[in-house]
Design a protein around this ligand. Structure first.
Ligand code: GLC
Ligand code: MG
Length: 569
């Protein structure tokens, strides 16, 4: 916040007035944004599914933590075949999550607490239950309704083969054949994800108009911005040519080296769409933002998503994937700062979200685990919990000292591990079904989070119901088990966020420090010196007052899997 305590006594100004005063300051350049996954945050009606009134009732915990903004994953009308990323009505709330009035109440509460509110927008595909798709099915081949989506005739003698060889991100073919209204086998439609998620044809101006209206609807309701789902996928290469991805590319299509761009990811045509959205956002008062979920590599290409007339931010998945290794962490920090600043955008940093193995487990894995594969009881190289947690705390302490904007995923501030031992029959991720259990998918990071050690469902609700079963050893992770305990992960995050604000780390810079050895990430950001030891050999601590340490330090050395912040002269 730019207000200076010497001119405005902090106690006389409410958080919402601070937000108002802050308009125009580009808050997002340095913001810490907390991802709430509505299904699993807090459940007000005890049906086992989190909901908007639940979020509102627990929101003050996030203000206490010290974040600047909340990003809400989808809460729109949806059959929930992909946990809400299959939207059947973009301008309404699913009854499982509440009503539009509940949304307004959440918005009001966030404002009162000084929190910005970003919502998810899912433009690559709708649910197959959406009226637009149902009308397309009914209207028949060649109709304007079919032109909203990517319907094509099949190949083979009778159209019995799919139009091309594309595979779904969730496994299996990316095409499904429909039965026409007269009962005959018909056209095929494209779905890069589940068969219940037909892709729109974004070359069609009608689709573009609908989404501008959807943006206006939520902007008028006061949202501070949109996290744009699959922002690398909306335009497909003309002709929809066959494509076989290299074996080592992650499920979201990583490894997009020059010349090997898949015909469904990162096509140039996406940018004019974002320019039109940016132009719309710019007509609204306040600092409203667009943040791209774009799995695009290398980073230099991702910079195109955040040029001055496009989105404000893009998730830095290269950082998320850099692992617990000093050389690769340093490399990606350097590349990120350089690439994003070359287009005038802040870098972002992220370690966990609802699609990846929680970093308290991921950083302890001893076998490769491609994004989207998830982990379960039969996965190779399962993590040691203590090692994973130590690394997660150390990695988070690096991330929160970096200039730019950081994203947190609910539960990481509790040091929550992945729920690995979910029973097969409890799993719900379409990835699990579409790969016949070969990939566990993402349920393990989506389990409802613990609030109170001794309450039913750990305080997620009062009924004890939970849409995914909560492990029975989660009491120590509950927020009330950690509150006020300086050694806890919760208090570590709270301290890191407070120091980050106090020393303006979000708007600072990285000055690398030499001499600590290959396994150490060592840098200064303003007066704060950060040392992270990713190796096993203890390293000498820098001179200065200790501000924060992810382990209890006894003596002048920093052990492995630990980070310290020191105030330098
Ligand atoms: C994004 C979402 C993911 C969803 C997919 C399809 O990657 O983050 O959860 O399954 O898009 O919408
Ligand atoms: Mg509920």
């Amino acid at each position: 916040m730019p207000l200076d305590e010497s001119t405005v006594p902090a106690s006389d100004i409410s958080p919402s007035e601070l937000i108002a005063a802050d308009t125009g300051s580009e808050w997002w350049r340095t913001a810490v944004i907390y991802q709430v996954y509505p299904r699993s945050f807090a459940d007000s009606d005890g049906d086992g599914m989190g909901d908007l009134p639940g979020i509102t009732s627990r929101l003050s915990a996030l203000a206490d933590l010290g974040v600047d903004a909340v990003w809400l994953s989808p809460f729109y009308t949806s059959p929930q075949r992909d946990a809400g990323y299959d939207v059947a009505d973009y301008c309404d709330v699913d009854p499982r999550f509440g009503t539009l009035a509940d949304f307004d109440a959440l918005r009001a509460k966030a404002t009162e607490l000084g929190l910005r509110l970003v919502v998810d927008l899912v433009p690559n595909h709708s649910s197959s239950d959406h009226r637009w798709f149902q009308e397309a099915l009914a209207a028949g081949p060649g109709s304007t309704e079919r032109a909203r989506y990517l319907f094509r005739d099949g190949t083979g003698a009778d159209g019995e083969l799919p139009p091309n060889n594309w595979q779904s991100v969730f496994g299996g073919e990316a095409w499904t054949r429909i039965t026409e209204a007269d009962g005959t086998p018909g056209q095929w439609y494209l779905h890069l994800f589940d068969s219940s998620q037909p892709d729109f044809d974004w070359q069609n101006p009608w689709v573009r108009e609908q989404f501008l209206d959807i943006l206006r609807f939520w902007l008028d309701r006061g949202v501070d911005g949109f996290r744009v789902d699959v922002a690398h996928g909306m335009i497909k290469k003309p002709g929809l040519p066959d494509y076989t991805p290299p074996a080592d590319s992650g499920s979201m299509g990583g490894g997009l080296e020059e010349g090997a761009t898949p015909p469904y990811w990162a096509q140039d045509g996406v940018h004019e769409i974002y320019r039109s959205w940016r132009a719309l956002l710019d007509t609204y008062a306040g600092d409203r933002i667009l943040v791209a979920e774009a799995w695009v590599e290398p980073l230099s290409k991702l910079a195109n998503w955040v040029r001055p007339d496009e989105m404000h931010q893009a998730f830095n998945f290269t950082y998320l994937e850099s692992g617990w290794s000093a050389p690769s962490i340093k490399r990606v920090i350097d590349a990120s700062l350089e690439v994003f600043s070359s287009v005038g955008a802040p870098s972002t940093w992220v370690l966990s979200n609802h699609d990846v193995v929680r970093h308290a487990s991921r950083l302890g894995l001893t076998a490769d685990n491609p994004q989207g594969a998830g982990i379960g009881p039969r996965s190779p190289g399962l993590p040691d919990r203590a090692v994973g947690l130590a690394r997660a705390r150390a990695a988070s302490a690096v991330m929160l000292a970096l200039p730019g904007s950081a994203y947190l995923y609910q539960g990481e501030e509790l040091g929550l591990p992945e729920a690995i031992d979910l029973p097969d029959e409890a799993r719900q991720d379409p990835t699990w079904f579409r790969t016949n259990g070969e990939r566990y998918g993402r349920d393990g990071c989506r389990v409802p989070i613990p609030w109170e050690a001794a309450s039913p469902a750990y305080g997620f609700n009062t009924s004890g119901e939970s849409w995914l079963p909560q492990p029975d050893d989660w009491a120590p992770y509950a927020r009330d088990s950690q509150t006020g305990k300086p050694a806890s992960t919760l208090e570590l995050y709270r301290l890191a966020l407070a120091l980050r604000a106090e020393f303006d780390l979000g708007s600072g810079s990285v000055e690398w420090l030499d001499g600590y050895g290959a396994d150490v990430v060592a840098f200064r950001n303003g007066v704060v010196t950060v040392i992270a030891n990713t190796g096993t050999v203890p390293v000498e601590l820098p001179i200065g007052d200790e501000l924060l340490a992810t382990v209890e330090l006894d003596g002048p050395a920093l052990p492995g899997d630990a980070t310290v912040w020191v105030r330098s002269a």
